[in-house]
Design a protein around this ligand. Structure first.
Ligand code: FAD
Ligand code: SF4
Ligand code: SF4
Ligand code: SF4
Length: 405
């Protein structure tokens, strides 16, 4: 019987690279699957069946830590330049500043030269900028966990920020001595969509190549915007709802990684010392279009770093309750996102090489119609569909009259 990570099914694997970083024989390779997610492949001729990879796979070996209830805050950086160029309140950058000031190293996710997210390690404040901003595509971990083990073994502080599955994997891979030097920061995570889908969307929409790309550009009307600038200086600005990639990810749910539909690292017990996310539904008195983060400090180490940033006056902190934070952010309660049946069809066609944009053009209107029918049927049962239908017909005729038809 095989005693390696071949026993982890595609539905459960998160592509965290914990196994890849653990294998002493170099028998594991991380490849991009046809669906567009990183997956381990075992070279059986090199595998000795030692089972190390199983022990370091969070899907098989991560146990929910026994933690006391977290301290919960609304928070933001006092440095406006940092806050405005970050996704929420810029707390990641302030933690990075703290670690760098202490002589440490920061590991985070940046775009590589092929416009694909990848985890890098940096040692200076100037480089933190490239980590800013959420990239809604899987990040390639590469050998980052091994390097972090080496650095922390030598007694140097390291900050690692990533999705909770990556954080759980790094946590598992560290010895007690190394763990004491590593500050783990997990993001509240809705899930990651397919990198193949993103590559096709990118190449079809921006054939001249990208100069910059932001999934979340801030604007004072509080809408979520994508901004891309191409090599020929062409500007692409789109609201989330209008962008085909974000629609397929967040609205149609057809390109999210399988394991993200039932994620075991979400909820109130988290793998990081600190959890950072967007404070959706932030209480009115703290609401600000420049961005507000929600922070959970899950361990004493987490408390220590947040207290330090506050004492240095780098961040503004407002204590709040878990219930308030979770009311606008369902991922703090559960990792389950229902998987629509059409995901399988969409993904199969994407894997078979049907271009992403073509699939969107075909599926998006069908799925929209399906959702509308489902909505009407639900309302019908509640006896509210007829008034709604009347209102729609009336609106249609009034519009036509106004247009002079
Ligand atoms: C895929 C994904 C899904 C998310 N879903 C939610 C959600 O449902 N609810 C919520 O409240 N918040 C979510 N977030 C977190 C949120 O978008 C912000 O990242 C968070 O609020 C921190 O913001 P910040 O202003 O402190 O820092 P920022 O500077 O914006 O954060 C950047 C940090 O995020 C890390 N990062 C960026 N992209 C990736 C990636 N692809 N993989 C791993 N790490 C990455 C970088 O390493 C960096 O450390 C998600 C983030 C990601 C990457
Ligand atoms: S069982 Fe051992 S040798 Fe085989 S893939 Fe896993 S870690 Fe590598
Ligand atoms: S360690 Fe991560 S990448 Fe490897 S099998 Fe487990 S979940 Fe998949
Ligand atoms: S939803 Fe869960 S499995 Fe998916 S990327 Fe986020 S932490 Fe990993």
């Amino acid at each position: 019987m095989r005693r390696n990570i071949e026993i982890v099914t595609n539905e459960r694997c998160t592509g965290c690279a914990g196994c890849y970083n653990a294998c002493p024989e170099g028998a594991i390779e991380m490849i991009l699957s046809n669906e567009g997610f990183y997956r381990p492949i075992v070279d059986r001729s090199r595998c000795t069946n030692c089972g190390f990879c199983i022990g370091k796979c969070p899907e098989l070996s991560w146990e929910t830590p026994l933690l006391s209830p977290p301290r919960v805050y609304a928070a933001w950086s006092r440095d406006d330049a940092v806050r405005l160029s970050s996704t929420s309140g810029g707390i990641f950058s302030e933690l990075a500043r703290g670690i760098l000031d202490a002589g440490g190293v920061v590991a985070g996710c940046a775009w590589n030269k092929n416009w694909e997210p990848e985890h890098f390690l940096i040692q200076s404040w100037d480089e933190v900028e490239k980590f800013r901003g959420s990239k809604y595509v899987p990040s390639k971990i590469g050998k980052a966990f091994r390097t972090i083990r080496e650095i922390s073994e030598k007694g140097r502080e390291v900050l690692f920020c990533g999705t909770p599955c990556q954080v759980a994997a790094l946590g598992l891979s560290l010895s007690q001595k190394q763990r004491e030097k590593v500050l783990l920061v997990d993001l509240i995570c809705h899930g990651v969509p397919s990198l193949r889908a993103f590559q096709q969307y990118r190449d079809e929409l921006f054939p001249e190549g990208l100069k910059s790309y932001w999934f979340r550009r801030k604007s004072n009307d509080a809408s979520l915007n994508i901004r891309a600038v191409t090599q020929s200086e062409r500007l692409y600005d789109s609201k989330f709802k209008k962008d085909p990639f974000m629609r397929a990810f967040l609205e149609d749910h057809v390109i999210m990684m399988d394991s993200c539909h039932d994620c075991r690292y979400q909820g109130s017990i988290r793998p990081g010392d600190i959890t950072v996310g967007d404070f959706w539904g932030v209480p009115k008195q703290w609401s600000d279009w420049r961005g507000v983060s929600v922070i959970l400090t899950n361990t004493l180490e987490g408390n220590k770093w947040i207290d330090l940033l506050q004492s240095k006056k780098n961040i503004e902190l407002r204590e709040t309750s878990f219930d308030i934070a979770a009311s606008g952010n369902p991922k703090l309660l559960s990792g389950v996102v229902p998987k629509p049946f059409w995901r399988t069809v969409f993904m199969r066609q994407l894997s078979q090489g049907v271009p992403f944009m073509k699939l969107c053009r075909y599926y998006s209107p069908v799925l929209k119609l399906y959702r509308q029918i489902a909505f009407f049927l639900t309302r019908w049962r509640q006896g509210r569909v007829l008034p709604k239908l009347k209102k729609l017909i009336l609106k249609f005729f009034l519009k036509n009259k106004k247009d002079g038809l």
